[in-house]
Write a protein that binds this ligand. Structure first.
Ligand code: HEC
Length: 151
């Protein structure tokens, strides 16, 4: 590759990275992002249920949904930054008043989704059922207390 081309390419990459790193995320975008991640988890739960309870014969994909849930579950802790309590959100302000309790629920999401991933990988059926139940309780437990209900 010509040196000039290489230099231009590298400069472009550096600019792209530093733009990404230095731009602060706008609260409205942070809210959009957390909803997208939450929606993605819900979609993987739905697909997982269809396969796991025998409605759809795609057993070989159970693992992809469990892996995705574990990856997304591990992101939970970054989804509620300060300043995202108002705007187009159903997150209750209580989240930022009870950070410790809320973070505990997020940690449970991470643990239970990791357990589900491991049980599916080990082809452990009872372990999968138990982990899925715990994961569902983790979603519901948090929503019951911290998500505004549609009225
Ligand atoms: C520790 C708390 C917590 C956990 C755990 C949690 N959620 Fe949420 N979830 C929220 C909050 C708070 C909102 C509202 C977010 C907003 O409107 O900004 C939300 C919103 C959602 C939404 C609506 C997104 C939208 O487009 O408005 C879905 C769907 C969802 N969660 C699914 C799930 C699923 C599935 C799980 C479990 C696998 C889960 N959540 C686990 C707190 C949690």
């Amino acid at each position: 590759m010509h040196r000039l081309v290489r230099t231009v390419l590298v400069a472009g990459l550096v600019a792209a990275f530093s733009a990404g790193a230095s731009a602060a995320t706008a609260p409205a975008d942070a809210i959009k992002y957390r909803k997208a991640v939450m929606d993605a988890m819900a979609a993987h739960v739905s697909a997982f249920v269809l396969i796991n309870f025998g409605k759809v014969d795609q057993q070989e994909y159970l693992k992809s949904h469990a892996n995705a849930l574990a990856d997304l579950g591990a992101q939970g802790k970054v989804l509620f930054p300060a300043g995202t309590d108002t705007g187009d959100t159903n997150a209750l302000p209580l989240i930022w008043k009870e950070q410790e309790q809320f973070n505990k629920l997020m940690a449970q999401l991470e643990t239970s989704s990791a357990k589900l991933r491991d049980a599916v990988a080990a082809n452990d059926k009872p372990g999968t059922a138990a982990a899925f139940k715990t994961l569902g309780e983790s979603c519901k437990g948090c929503h019951d207390r911290y998500q505004k209900k549609d009225d």
